[in-house]
Design a protein around this ligand. Structure first.
Ligand SMILES: Cc1ncc(COP(=O)(O)O)c(C=O)c1O
Length: 449
């Protein structure tokens, strides 16, 4: 096989940071064709929460492949889907008891919007600045994390309105100020751009993913729930990246003390098999007329069997508790590094969904630093991704089976990368003298508009 030629025949639209040809994955590691071993803290963008090729997931999929691969959902029922429904009912609030399955996150997001429109008989959707909901035209219209995702494709689907997301570090305000501002602006949006009577849903990521790994404060989410209830607007939680233990609880919404009307799931659901879904109250789902939505492959039998095994592994191996503990260890280690390197403007995260935001000497987003750090880590055998509007955030997405030793190993590699690259930042640079520092340090005198 002429690898170079085959690679050249893949569409360049798949942008890549490096050339990596992988032969196999096992647990937290990927093994390249040239013999190199990589500690995978990308998890295929938050998918392989149970690690690569977990034996229980492999066994469930292998057994199902020999029994039934494709059982189309309009034509028949199959056991793996029904068993998955039971498994999901155990981990969701009892009211979210009815399901629709698709293949990708974007499809599930679009399904949630179609459900909301049918169930409320309203057209408009409010999303939050910096969100990523996928790349199909509908999902892209709901996405505002980077202009690159929309450029060249606009105009997009109408009826989408963007409210501010409570990203305190970006605004340079305290959490309380940011929450107050964002809730006020949302109410303002309902009075100036999309009337509540024509607004079907608020669609939100409980932790902004592609937009920079920013957890929404509980006070914001609770305020959002209250506004939604007041106006009969549905609250849709896009837990595509945050679900399945990623944030140290099964769903991120659990930690925010709010129950959504619809949960969107994908990624970690089936440990890498293409499967997504939405869960909602039966009464809502009953307002979605038969055949007004569907799909050939949604709820594929092998993917459903893998998903049921995934949920079992998360429970039996106590991976959600591990996600919380390893996430705390990672955040503590990164905060220690932050004390030594002013290029780390903020360390934040929930569970094993952790980020550092890189800033330059003027306190501005530093995408070049983030990119350089991930490159040096790659060379040292640690895979990390960036995110954020300027590529200024390094995100840490270890598998939830990660050990404390592997977290220490990753921190050591990152520490070396900082030592190598961090020298670009003048060592005597005193961040506290920077006028922007007071803003980022959440000074109460910070601007409030
Ligand atoms: C929060 C969120 N929603 C939706 C999507 C889209 O998922 P997919 O790429 O499977 O279509 C993503 C993908 O990164 C995501 O992070």
């Amino acid at each position: 096989m002429d690898l170079e030629q085959a690679r050249a025949s893949l569409a360049p639209v798949w942008g890549r940071s490096w050339t990596l040809h992988v032969e196999r994955g096992e647990g937290a590691y990927l093994f390249a064709d040239d013999g190199r071993r990589f500690l995978d803290f990308t998890c295929g963008i938050g998918v392989t929460n149970t690690g690569h090729c977990h034996p229980a997931v492999v066994a469930a999929a292998q057994a199902q492949v020999a029994r039934l691969i494709h059982g189309q959902a309009n034509i028949l029922y199959h056991d793996p889907m029904l068993r998955l429904v039971e498994a999901l009912q155990q981990v969701l609030p009892p009211t979210l008891d009815t399901f629709f399955f698709a293949n990708s996150g974007a499809e599930a997001v679009e399904a949630s919007v179609k459900l909301a429109r049918q169930a409320t008989r309203r057209t408009n959707i409010v999303v939050f600045a910096g969100s990523f909901h996928g790349r199909t035209v509908g999902a892209m219209s709901l996405t505002t994390s980077k202009t690159a995702y929309r450029a060249g494709y606009q105009p997009l689907m109408p009826g989408v309105f963007v409210a501010p997301f409570p990203y305190s570090f970006h605004y340079g305000w305290s959490e309380a100020e940011t929450v107050q501002f964002c809730l006020r602006e949302l109410e303002h949006l309902l009075h100036t751009q999309t009337a509540s009577e024509e607004t079907a849903a608020f669609l939100i990521e409980p932790v902004l993913g592609e937009g920079g790994y920013v957890p929404a404060p509980a006070a914001f989410m609770q305020g959002l729930r209250a506004i939604a209830d007041r106006h009969g607007i549905l609250l849709i939680a896009d837990e595509v990246q945050t679900g399945f233990g990623r944030t140290g609880s099964f769903w991120a919404m659990e930690q925010l003390g709010v129950e959504p009307d619809v949960v969107v799931m994908a990624k970690g659901l089936a440990s890498g098999f293409p499967l997504s879904g939405i869960a909602a109250r039966r009464e809502l789902m009953q307002k979605w007329p038969p055949n007004s939505h569907g799909g050939t492959y949604g709820g594929n039998a092998v993917a459903c069997a893998a998903a049921e095994a995934t949920i079992r592994v998360l429970r039996d191996e106590r991976l959600i508790a591990n996600s919380a503990a390893r996430g705390q260890q990672l955040i503590a280690g990164l905060r220690e590094l932050q004390g030594r390197y002013p290029g780390i403007g903020e360390v934040r995260g929930l569970g094993c969904m952790v980020a550092i935001e890189c800033v330059d000497a003027a306190g501005q987003p530093d995408g070049a630093l983030a990119k350089a750090l991930t490159q040096v880590c790659f060379d040292a055998g640690l895979l990390l991704l960036t995110c954020g509007a300027y590529g200024q955030v390094v995100r840490w997405i270890p598998p939830l089976i990660v050990t404390s030793e592997q977290i220490d190993e990753a921190l050591a590699i990152f520490g070396h990368a900082l030592a190598q690259i961090g020298e670009r930042v003048p060592p005597m640079y005193d961040v506290t003298q920077d006028p922007l520092y007071t803003i980022h340090a959440h000074d109460s005198t910070a601007p409030t508009t």
